[in-house]
Design a protein around this ligand. Structure first.
Ligand SMILES: [Zn+2]
Ligand SMILES: [Zn+2]
Length: 234
């Protein structure tokens, strides 16, 4: 497992399993927040990193979404640290618990034990409450309840599977595993809104100043809302 400190508070932990898989550890006052949990073979490495390298308690795991390559270490980490809390967007939970099939999937599949993930706290207007230094933002499309986590102080966006990347350029999420590509493209507007200095994706390397290439990205995908007839207002 490769470990890299990418900003004052954020670390990237990555491995390779056919494709690159990145997760992130965020230093908070009360301990460590893990963003996504990769695949199960990362469990030992994550625990060793948190305990030995950071020497801080693991407090919570926040998920961008429930696909199996993002939740693999949840089970093992909870066996080791039973007090860790797991969060995902309320919209995502029925899919990851296997109660509903993800769009474009024939069968429901359980990636996280039912009742384990708590919904991210939301205000009446749907805005998600910050968790320490991270603010979650709903960015559906790749999956119905996909969220990105933005570390405002460090200017780092942890974007999960909202994009992939290649040679520092934004690329679309993997089509085979994406529920609604047009919606994912509309959700990419979050980059224009927040203008992160650095964007991190699960399956690819960092993209610096991603807002500068958003127009080109959207154009290469046919533009947002083009031909889909779907309103941009939600
Ligand atoms: Zn995914
Ligand atoms: Zn993924």
């Amino acid at each position: 497992m490769k470990i890299e400190r990418i900003s004052e508070h954020v670390w990237s932990l990555s491995t390779w399993m056919i494709i690159p898989i990145h997760i992130w550890a965020v230093e908070e006052e009360d301990g460590i927040t893990l963003v996504d949990a990769g695949i199960s073979m990362m469990t030992k490495g994550i625990a060793a990193f948190v305990e030995k390298q950071l020497g801080r308690p693991l407090r919570r795991i926040v998920l961008t979404h429930g696909h199996s390559d993002h939740v693999g270490a949840v089970k093992g980490l909870l066996e080791k640290y039973p007090d860790v809390t797991v969060y995902a967007h309320a919209i995502e939970i029925p899919y990851m618990e296997g109660r509903t099939a993800y769009p474009r999937r024939k069968k429901a599949a359980q990636s996280v034990q039912p009742g384990l993930a708590r919904p991210l706290a939301a205000a009446a207007d749907g805005k998600l409450a910050p968790i320490g230094g991270l603010t979650p933002h709903l960015t559906p499309g790749h999956s119905p309840g996909h969220v990105v986590y933005y570390h405002g102080q460090d200017g780092v966006m942890l974007a999960g599977d909202l994009f992939t990347s290649k040679k520092g350029r934004l690329r679309k999420p993997m089509p085979m595993f994406t529920a609604d590509m047009a919606e994912a493209l509309r959700s990419s507007e979050i980059v224009r809104k927040l203008r992160p200095k650095r964007l991190e994706v699960c399956h690819g390397n960092a993209v610096l100043n991603p807002a500068d290439q958003l127009d080109a990205y959207q154009k290469s995908q046919g533009g947002i809302g083009s031909g889909s007839g779907i309103s941009l207002q939600r």
